[in-house]
Design a protein around this ligand. Sequence first.
Ligand SMILES: NC(=O)c1ccc[n+]([C@@H]2O[C@H](COP(=O)([O-])OP(=O)(O)OC[C@H]3O[C@@H](n4cnc5c(N)ncnc54)[C@H](O)[C@@H]3O)[C@@H](O)[C@H]2O)c1
Length: 450
Amino acid sequence: MDRRKFLTNTGTAFAGAMLSHPVSVNGGHAARGKRMKAALVGTGVRGVSMFGRDLVRDYHPYVDLVGLCDVNPGRLRYAAEYIGAGCPAFTDLDELLSKQKPDTLIVTTTDSSHHEVIIRGLERGCDIITEKPLTIDEVKAQAILDAERKSGKKVIVTFNYRYPPYRAKIKELLMQGLVGEIQAAEFHYYLDHSHLTRYMQRWHGERRFGGSLWVHKATHHFDMANWYLDSEPEQVFAHASLERFGKNSPFRGENCRRCAHTSECPYYWDISQDAHYTGLYTSNEHYDGYIRDNCVFRPEIDIFDKHAALVRYANGVQLSYVLTGHSDVQGYYLAFDGTRGRLEARVGGVPEKPYNELIFIPESRFSDRETRIFKAEHKPGGHWGGDPIMMDKLFRNPDMPDPLGQQAGVRDGVMSILIGIAARKSCDTGLPVNIADLTDLVPRKQRTTR
Ligand SMILES: NC(=O)c1ccc[n+]([C@@H]2O[C@H](COP(=O)([O-])OP(=O)(O)OC[C@H]3O[C@@H](n4cnc5c(N)ncnc54)[C@H](O)[C@@H]3O)[C@@H](O)[C@H]2O)c1
């Protein structure tokens, strides 16, 4: 039996099995008003946590999770139990859409499949809440733009990096005109070795699945830049290289579990020590060959571990951007030079020596050059306190005021990935890339969400 047929058949059988002993998620709350009828597509580590277990636990009065979908039937079975929604589960999206009739699809599949799920959902009349990156190349981005316009439905991209209170404070200061008109910006983001390793071990290590870290990871940073600068990118030039991972090692193994070099490899990781990862991935790799603890030195890795880009914005701002994974430091350095002064944020470090500074240095012609230090803190909750705020806006009260413009639409999603896509192309060709040449969106001086 071929794989597609197997999954389709398994989907029907499995959905049936789940339906035979359903646990209602309605729980009598429907009387409180119209609940969102949502389905979760992609039950990997992200899906089952924030948009799975947390959603059911914390947003039950507002959201009815009516279905789960994943192409891996084993992972789906594990996810259904872990999430505890008691709703039917399917390996076939069309079957889910027909039987469960959700009004919203939450998309947490691998990056390269987002467009398939988003477009199918829009065609079937669903609104979409999708994880970043919106997609991985410009052709798929255009297809999503077209589908959204045709459907009259809405795509929201969950840029949780806009929501941590610390970053909201920066946006607030910029909107208040603290630095005056912004002319230049610097954004350096550091992933520590263990963070980068997690990407190199999985599908993220190959461009065809994650678009490279220019897209998979930097979409967050480019979106932050677009949001802070309140403009859209016009042209990108970039360099990048792969120096530590992939073929840059004298040894390699099949994966960490079957490797002869565990004692000499700085990235050795024993997945069997983690029950959740074993349940999600190892126990189900026979279905689809998804190996979670792949060798970080496998030759197929064709992404980069060192990136630098220059971005010119439609409002004239120049951004210099760096993404590296070459140290134990995790965090970022962000700076804005404006007509009234310079705002600098330095956040992160190593666990035993963290740093966190938010400083404004005014231009001397406006003051006695006394610097101002702002108190900005991280809050409890995922992603420095950003995830719960974003979840409240998405599910608890979608009409919640949004004075900082934190909720991102499809145009934001496209504009952020286009910088990464342009950077990737620039690395390949050695030439600058114009954003207007990639999709039918023409960069605007003033950012808009639609
Ligand atoms: N915003 C954030 O902070 C954040 C954090 C982590 C992950 N993410 C995003 O969440 C998404 C999922 O990441 P993850 O780490 O959970 O990955 P994962 O590999 O653990 O899970 C992806 C799941 O999608 C399934 N899948 C693939 N194609 C599918 C399809 N066509 N239909 C249904 N299911 C399909 C896979 O079988 C897998 O179970 C990614 O897009 C990632 O970029 C965002």
